[in-house]
Design a protein around this ligand. Structure first.
Ligand SMILES: [Zn+2]
Length: 598
């Protein structure tokens, strides 16, 4: 048994999330966490909404609300969406809690004390009309390298070069078109070059990482520069220094506080359980958390933050960069065991885009389809190791051919035949080699499927679980229990159905990390009671330190099935089953495509 941290990327609270987002961070982290809990590990799965930064400020201005009001709105939308998908967070919180502010400021202070934070004067762009800082990506102008006339202040999308906004020819604000003013401004920078060696050594010891993630991370070490961790902005965590904390024009940069969320959410979770030090079991590099494991889940655009920048913050706070130092009051902290990054999901051959309406939001999806249908698609056909296209035709095909005609059909015909002919789970008498062979396939699934999930190969894992289903369907066709109607054949019919029901039970457990909602239904159809797959709840809570209240996702996941075959008891009553999965009419394909282009 290990302590396992599942640290899940923080969705940005400037709008509802689409299915591309939850394919990258949401469903894979939940499948992994559910499996690890079933296998007996003590899992802590944390995340929350990322709510600071310029995009939220800019959108709040456009909507005529405060940034906090905008964040409140989308925090709630996102909490409800993740709840609808059944994602089993121990705590899904947000970055606007006072606890998060305190932990962020503690890490800032620790890094500063160990001399890993540098003070620098730079040129910043300001809007002459509002006096506000214009972030790089809100400045547009002509690329000094290729002449493209819509280059952004951070990058030219035409030639791909990284830019600084003052390099742009004819710079203008994307918000209101005015010419920005460049003024000197003082900021704090994280001294990333001081960690190149320590991070290089750590990356050298990484095992099992996806090779592209490791290679990408190593390449980043060749050109590390100090990185700004403060910003000219009024919306964010205040800088915890005298002469700075009361200024309302300087804040900690959103990326810096967002990665600290993994730690602050763990601390908040512990405080809410009544054991405020319990987070150390997952985080302390000394003592009780020493052997814990930490898995970080995200889309590939976020690798740099998790494989280089967050480790640098953790190392610096622990006093383990080039300048040495002492750990802060939280002690030495664990680095990631593995950075699990997914590739991109596209939609009907195009990049997801809210503005161009190439999008389906999680909530619209869940209003028309079952969560397990989406979870199945993501696990079986999602962007695990390659960019992958979501098409409605493929979604309908997989739902109908695999979930309904494969798994749903096995469940339905086994249980209905047993219910009709016996009314209970019939006893198994004299197993044949064919019976034994099928039972063995299902039992072996616990090893193969479990190992694949543990290695983040979920596509192969669900493929193996569905292979058990296919073998069981073939077994039923071969044994044809419906032909064993004579009184003399009834014991053999009972045996075949017992074997089939046992394999339904085993396959249900194997599929349950992927399909938790339907796993609970199948569990009940088999006449079993109690929780098979626990579900998260939305709970309205008070801020622990006096801020406004907010909704969290949490749950008791200590109940539920273990990762093992549970022998069915002959005589357990069975009723005629209701279908577990819904067949989709192929007309939905055209309806959805029409919605996309409207
Ligand atoms: Zn260019």
């Amino acid at each position: 048994m290990s302590h396992v941290l599942a640290a899940v990327a923080w969705p940005y609270a400037n709008g509802p999330r689409h299915i591309g987002h939850v394919s990258g961070f949401g469903v894979p982290s939940d499948v992994f966490s559910r499996y690890m809990r079933m296998a007996g590990h003590d899992v802590l799965m944390v995340s929350g909404t990322d709510e600071h930064g310029t995009p939220i400020q800019v959108q709040a201005d456009a909507d005529g609300v405060t940034p906090r009001e905008l964040a409140d709105r989308y925090n709630r939308v996102i909490v409800e969406d993740l709840h609808g998908l059944g994602l089993s967070y121990d705590l899904f919180t947000r970055t606007t809690t006072r606890n998060h502010y305190a932990v962020t400021q503690e890490l800032f202070g620790g890094l500063l004390a160990n001399n890993y934070i540098i003070r620098k004067t730079t040129l910043g762009a300001k809007s002459p009309s509002t006096g506000r800082t214009l972030p790089d990506r809100y400045i547009e102008g002509t690329c000094p390298i290729c002449g493209y006339d819509s280059a952004r202040g951070d990058q030219c999308d035409n030639c791909g070069n990284q830019l600084d906004p003052e390099q742009l020819i004819n710079p203008r604000s994307k918000i209101n078109g005015e010419v920005p003013e460049f003024v000197e401004t003082e900021h704090f920078f994280l001294d990333l070059p001081a960690f190149a060696q320590a991070i290089g050594n750590w990356l050298d010891q990484r095992e099992n990482w996806r090779p592209n993630v490791l290679k990408f991370s190593r390449n980043l070490l060749d050109d590390l520069q100090p990185r700004a961790i403060t910003r000219d902005l009024e919306w964010g965590v205040p800088i915890p220094l005298d002469d700075w904390r009361d200024r309302n024009d300087k804040r900690i940069y959103v990326w810096f506080d967002a990665v600290i969320g993994y730690l602050s959410a763990s601390v908040e979770w512990a405080r809410r359980t009544g054991d405020p030090e319990a987070w150390r079991k997952w985080w302390s590099a000394d003592g009780e958390g020493k052997d814990s494991l930490a898995y970080y889940f995200m889309g590939k655009d976020n690798i740099v933050f998790h494989s280089v920048i967050w480790p640098a913050i953790l190392l610096g706070y622990s006093g383990e960069g080039d300048s040495g130092g002492e750990p802060g009051s939280l002690g030495r902290l664990n680095l990631p065991t593995e950075v699990v990054s997914s590739e991109y999901l596209t939609m009907e051959g195009k990049k997801f885009s809210s503005s161009r309406r190439v999008v389906i939001y999680v909530r619209d999806f869940l209003s028309r389809y079952d969560p397990d249908a989406l979870r199945y698609f993501i696990a079986a056909a999602g962007p695990e190791a390659n960019d992958t296209d979501f098409t409605w035709a493929e979604f309908v095909r997989r739902n109908n051919d695999e979930l309904v005609a494969g798994w749903g059909n096995l469940v339905n015909r086994s249980i209905s035949m047993a219910a009709k002919n016996f009314g209970f789970v019939p006893p198994a008498i004299d197993l044949t080699p064919e019976d034994e062979a099928l039972l063995a396939v299902a039992r072996e699934g616990f090893t193969t499927v479990g190992e694949l999930i543990g290695k983040h190969r979920q596509k192969a894992a669900i493929g193996e679980a569905m292979r058990v289903v296919a073998e069981a369907n073939k077994y039923l066709s071969d044994q044809a229990p419906w032909k064993l109607k004579d009184e003399a054949d009834k014991p053999r019919m009972g045996t075949v159905l017992h074997v089939a029901l046992q394999v339904v039970s085993d396959a249900n457990t194997l599929l349950s990390p992927f399909l938790p909602h339907s796993a609970q239904k199948v569990h009940e159809l088999l006449g079993s009671t109690g929780t098979h797959q626990p579900m998260p709840s939305i709970v309205e809570v008070e801020d622990l330190d006096g801020g406004p209240s907010y909704p969290i996702l949490t749950g008791d996941y200590t109940v539920g099935a273990r990762w093992e075959s549970v022998p069915l008891e002959a005589g357990t009553p069975l009723a005629a089953p209701k279908p577990v999965f819904k067949k989709l009419d192929t007309t939905v394909i055209e309806e959805e495509l029409a919605r996309l282009s409207s």
